[in-house]
Design a protein around this ligand. Structure first.
Ligand SMILES: [Zn+2]
Length: 597
């Protein structure tokens, strides 16, 4: 047995010693409580009318805000890591509750603060933004005040918040409860079993078409069986959201998601328009894949089917070396940062029972460090997940010297650095494939991802926009939901499939997420945004890293249009940028078509 160079488990003791029983962490929670208490008092005592007489009060409120945010971020990250590394750790679950309570306290304080911001008249406000130490926060302060202005009064918003627990978020939780009751019957080696939703979903990548088809039939039946309940849940959730919008006088359903993602409607429209105009090559890919699988036309349940098999295995050290080497071809800072992350045990990768599934990267703001969580078993896809999460960590690293209040970025740019890092490794893997068969599989992997982001997510967006438009006029029946979904899928997949998934609106969790509305287009935006940057990086070679990091540094303090204009010199409301990104995806498709002629 060879010993590995890099540790497969992470170091959390450097933050708080002793895991979920850490005394140090208990003390820290007490400290946060005190911080919030004095912050609360500070906001209560603050008189916004006199802000110009003594701006130092305002400055110290901002310091408290930053301080509370960072401490809560540190605590939240620690607890997430504890929970993920051992799902049986009940002590960690209790700690999660404590952190959630503190978070709720902070948001109450902030509602009060935001309300006071709206009491400052425009003239004073503009004066205030010129004051030293405040001026650099202009963007985020304007954004904060603007958002507060667009809401109802403090008391009304407080009431909405209170009613949301059961009237809104409750429906999201109801969805989770319903899903946990969905069971899909499945026969394996003559034994009848019942699969959970997650287990059944994995069968869609089974190489045997009969298996996929069979699971899909039963999958549709299982969702249809409870479709009335899912339809009611979705209608209530959407109805609540629309009522709030109406009360606030927001007439466009996209208002909230667009402002959350700091982007313009024109940008979104242009992006989808370009994607729609470039469907044809992807349809050709679907047709080619159909031929390879021996069918006339592909069906929904064939999309994830493998076209070959790769049994390459990389040890953790090999995976690490591969990533560091290829990151190094892009830039020295990325490579040395990554090497240090491995050396300092920032990564929990061990393949053992009792860990949470999936992967994530979380930042410890008070320590300027990140931690990465995943289960590494040596597959090529593990290597790319590892690269993805390291990309997130690098994003935080790039932001480390930026003002803490200017480090908060939205979902659409959150995936920029991660996708970028993944792209470097995916391209290197294709280039380094040991034979044609492996190359094809890796290439198809890339194309599948484009299909997911340019077709699947597009269908979700089309469905959701149309559903909300109809919901404004009343409850939308389950039959109608099915129709809307198939219509959206046909359009998004360029009529490229034989059979669609009408109940996708029920089986896809994302339509039921209440934390962030329209949990779809930011994915596609992030993917293409990152591809556009990647295209520039390829053109400019190794010197690009500095520019790349400068862009990352601004991700928390600008609209995406400004960000793209400043760093990439492109106008996101115009087609060029989006076309360049989509064309990179098309290039993979063309190569795939060429290889499988
Ligand atoms: Zn990610």
């Amino acid at each position: 047995m060879t010993t590995s160079t890099y540790s497969l488990t992470w170091d959390l003791d450097v933050f708080f010693q002793g895991g979920s029983n850490s005394r140090e962490f208990q003390t820290f929670l007490g400290e946060i409580k005190e911080t919030l208490k004095s912050f609360d008092q500070q906001v209560r005592d603050w008189q916004p009318e006199t802000v110009l007489n003594d701006p130092s009060n305002f400055v110290s409120i901002l310091e408290s805000l930053q301080n509370s945010n960072q401490k809560l971020g540190q605590a939240g990250a620690f607890v997430s890591c504890l929970q993920a590394q051992n799902t049986e750790d009940t002590k960690a679950n209790e700690l999660r509750g404590s952190v959630a309570t503190l978070r709720a306290q902070l948001s109450t304080i902030l509602t009060n603060f935001d309300d006071k911001l709206t009491n400052i008249n425009d003239q004073d406000w503009n004066q205030l933004l010129k004051v030293d130490g405040i001026n650099e926060l202009e963007f985020i302060l304007n954004e904060r005040r603007q958002k507060a202005k667009e809401k109802l009064s403090k008391d009304q918003e407080a009431l909405i918040n209170a009613l949301s627990v059961d009237g809104y978020h409750g429906w999201g939780e109801m969805y989770d409860s319903l899903v946990s009751k969905v069971k899909i019957p499945f026969a394996e080696n003559g034994v009848e079993k019942e699969l959970s939703v997650g287990q059944a979903h994995n069968k869609f990548s089974n190489p045997n078409r009969e298996v996929r088809k069979d699971v899909f039939r039963k999958w549709e039946e299982a969702w249809d069986d409870k479709a009335d309940l899912f339809a009611a849940t979705l209608n209530h959730l959407a109805g609540f959201r629309l009522s709030i919008y109406e009360q606030r006088g927001w007439d466009k359903v996209l208002k909230e998601p667009l402002s959350y993602n700091r982007m313009k409607k024109e940008t979104l429209d242009t992006m989808w328009q370009v994607i729609s105009d470039y469907k044809q090559p992807f349809v050709e890919y679907l047709n080619r894949k159909a031929k390879m699988l021996g069918v006339e036309k592909l069906s929904w349940y064939d999309l994830d089917a493998p076209v070959g098999d790769v049994n390459s295995h990389f040890s953790f050290d090999e995976g690490a070396e591969f990533i560091i080497k290829h990151f190094g071809e892009f830039g020295d800072t990325l490579a040395s940062f990554t090497e240090k992350a491995f050396e300092d045990s920032w990564i929990e990768a061990e393949d053992r029972a009792g860990k949470r599934p999936g992967g994530f990267c979380t930042g410890f703001p008070l320590s300027s460090q990140s931690r990465i969580f995943m289960t590494y078993s040596g597959t090529p896809s593990n290597v790319s997940t590892l690269a993805h999460e390291l990309g997130h960590a690098f994003h935080s690293y790039a932001l480390r010297d930026v003002h803490p209040l200017k480090r908060g970025y939205a979902m659409n740019v959150a995936e920029t650095a991660s996708t970028f890092a993944e792209m470097i490794v995916a391209d290197a893997s294709v280039k380094n494939a040991k034979d044609e068969k492996e190359k094809l599989t890796l290439l198809e992997d890339k194309v599948q991802r484009s299909v997911a982001l340019l077709m699947n997510i597009h269908a979700r967006f089309l469905f959701e926009t149309r559903f909300y438009a109809e919901r404004k006029n009343g409850v939308v029946s389950k039959q109608r939901l099915n129709e809307l979904m198939v219509e959206a899928q046909k359009e998004a997949y360029g009529n490229g499939l034989e059979e669609y998934h009408p109940l996708f609106w029920a089986s896809k969790l994302h339509f039921f997420i209440t934390g962030v509305p329209f949990y779809n287009f930011p994915y596609t935006f992030g993917y293409l945004f990152s591809l556009g940057i990647y295209a520039q990086a390829l053109k400019e070679g190794k010197g690009y890293e500095e520019k790349y990091m400068a862009l990352l540094r601004d991700t928390g303090s600008m609209n995406v249009e400004e960000l793209a204009f400043k760093h990439l010199n492109v106008d996101l409301t115009q087609r060029d940028f989006w076309e360049a990104g989509v064309k990179l995806c098309v290039k993979d498709v063309e190569e795939f078509l060429e290889m499988t002629k």
